[in-house]
Design a protein around this ligand. Structure first.
Ligand SMILES: [Cu+2]
Length: 127
């Protein structure tokens, strides 16, 4: 009976930080190229930190409806074309001087449904 109780408690223990998006590689090096996946309705990125310089975003619409991607910071403000399901595009962003970039879908209602995320910009050199 005690063994059974211990197993039950152990299975209920939290694993990891619930606030961290599961799609982001935690504590990875800052990226100069990253994959961005658009789905219905979320944005997943292959890194959550990017280099202070030039960053290439390889964007794929993995959802079942059309999406686009707007990348905005204090200075940067870029937008991809609207991508059909399965569509891909590459967009290059100059991150110099930005503290962070916000990525969002601009189609009506999509940001509110979860299509917004952010990237921090770091001057830390890559390893
Ligand atoms: Cu969208």
């Amino acid at each position: 009976m005690w063994v059974l109780l211990a197993v039950t408690v152990s299975a209920c223990a939290p694993t990891g930080d619930p606030a961290a998006p599961s799609t982001v590689a935690a504590d990875g090096p800052p990226a100069d190229t990253l994959a961005v996946g658009l789905t219905d309705f979320a944005i997943a990125t292959s890194a959550d930190r990017v280099v202070d310089g030039t960053v290439t975003l390889e964007v794929t619409n993995a959802g079942a409806t059309a999406h686009d991607l707007r990348i905005a910071g204090d200075r940067a403000d870029l937008r991809t074309d609207v991508l059909p399901p399965g569509g891909t595009t590459t967009i290059t962003v100059t991150t110099a001087g930005e503290d962070a970039l916000t990525l969002r879908c601009t189609l009506p209602g999509h940001r509110r449904q979860g299509m917004e995320t952010s990237l921090s910009v770091t001057t830390e050199p890559p390893p």
